[in-house]
Design a protein around this ligand. Structure first.
Ligand code: NAX
Length: 329
């Protein structure tokens, strides 16, 4: 048997944490042959709640779960980490300005980046879920100079999965009939789901929806982009199980690779592809092989897609400039 993989989860006592931890412990994250050790990071006030979740994890008697440790100190929590899931973040509260939000999250992601830099295993993979995810990932990365920059990623897989689900609904296809979906840009309502390069049963997805640009612009993009708000409206709480499921998918794909001929969406440090400024953490279509991702090159970007890509990238550049001004990167 393999030696256990250390998985650190921040915000472990939160609602995504509650949905995520049981799936990690059951083997959904790293497969049925890989034992895991969980390292939970919480703020001191939430440590007791995390302990309660750990009791429940014990009570599942998961065969793959080899230990659970709980911390309120980032340095300790990230010591030896192989997979870091950064879920805990400071949410925007009423009346909070963007600069306040970014500053509060800088206070979380800067020390976590430093802790990853200090203690992570050489193969560490980092996924930031906590919002604003792309920019929080940029902050953490900036404080981990010894870790290869490409190990810092942010989650747009939930948007990706939502884009598949909505396209399946529209076309009557099964989700498994849909391939080559991509999310471009920021994990925010500005993100752009790309139908021009996607396929439904092998047919171009934009053609499969009757090349209906009005539907694309006025229904599909906003439905996918504002799905988080619609969930809050219906459920009275933000997406949790679907977000946890997407985090599992993101890491599983990073480890196992993308299927031949298909790709996925990950927010990763831009290398300048498609005119996205180098360094910002933006979502791209990527293929993954041997645990290395690469941006899919040469895709067609028609005028509508370019306009949307420019807008979501401009938002990311604005966030990058703001955190730079605040001295967070
Ligand atoms: P909750 O408020 O339920 O849980 C957050 C947890 O993080 C709390 O237990 C809190 O004590 C903890 N926390 C705060 N600061 C911390 C720190 N410095 N170290 C460790 N833990 C800390 O939020 P939840 O619904 O679980 O959502 C977590 C984050 O995911 C939010 O930022 C949310 O906006 C974001 N999301 C991101 C998504 C994505 O697709 N990228 C989708 C879902 C979700 O909205």
């Amino acid at each position: 048997t393999q030696s256990p993989v250390n998985v650190t989860v921040t915000g472990a006592a939160g609602q995504i944490g509650y949905a995520l931890l049981f799936r990690i412990a059951s083997g959904a994250l790293l497969g049925p042959d890989t034992p895991v050790k969980l390292r939970l990071l919480e703020i001191p006030q939430a440590v007791k709640a995390a302990e309660g979740t750990a009791m429940e994890l014990d009570d599942c008697a998961f065969p793959l779960l080899q230990g659970i440790d709980i911390f309120d100190d980032a340095k300790a929590a990230f010591d030896g980490v192989n997979v870091a899931l950064l879920v805990g973040a400071r949410p925007r509260t009423k009346g909070m300005e963007r600069a306040d939000l970014l500053e509060a999250n800088g206070g979380i992601f800067k020390p976590q980046g430093e802790a990853i830099n200090a203690g992570a295993a050489s193969d560490v993979k980092v996924l930031v879920v906590g919002n604003p995810a792309n920019t929080n990932a940029l902050i953490a990365q900036a404080h981990a100079p010894d870790v290869p920059a490409e190990r810092f990623t942010a989650m747009t897989r939930l948007d990706h999965n939502r884009a598949i689900a909505q396209l399946a609904k529209k076309t009557g296809a099964a989700t498994t009939d849909i391939t080559n979906i991509a999310i471009w840009g920021n994990h925010s309502p500005t993100m752009f789901p790309d139908l021009y390069n996607a396929k439904v049963k092998g047919q171009n997805a934009f053609e499969a929806v009757g090349s209906d640009l009005d539907w694309y612009r006025d229904e599909y993009q906003p439905t996918v982009g504002k799905r988080g708000a619609a969930i809050i409206e219906a459920r009275g709480a933000s997406s949790a199980a679907s977000a946890a499921s997407a985090a599992i998918d993101h890491i599983r794909t990073w480890v196992d690779g993308t299927p031949e001929g298909d790709w996925t969406s990950m927010a990763i440090p831009s290398d300048g592809s498609y005119g996205v400024p180098e360094g910002i953490i933006s979502s791209f279509p990527v293929t993954v092989k041997d645990q290395q991702y690469s941006i899919v090159q040469g895709l067609e970007i028609p005028a509508f897609a370019q306009e949307k890509l420019d807008a979501t990238v401009a938002e990311l550049v604005g966030e990058r400039d703001a955190v730079k001004e605040l001295g967070l990167i």
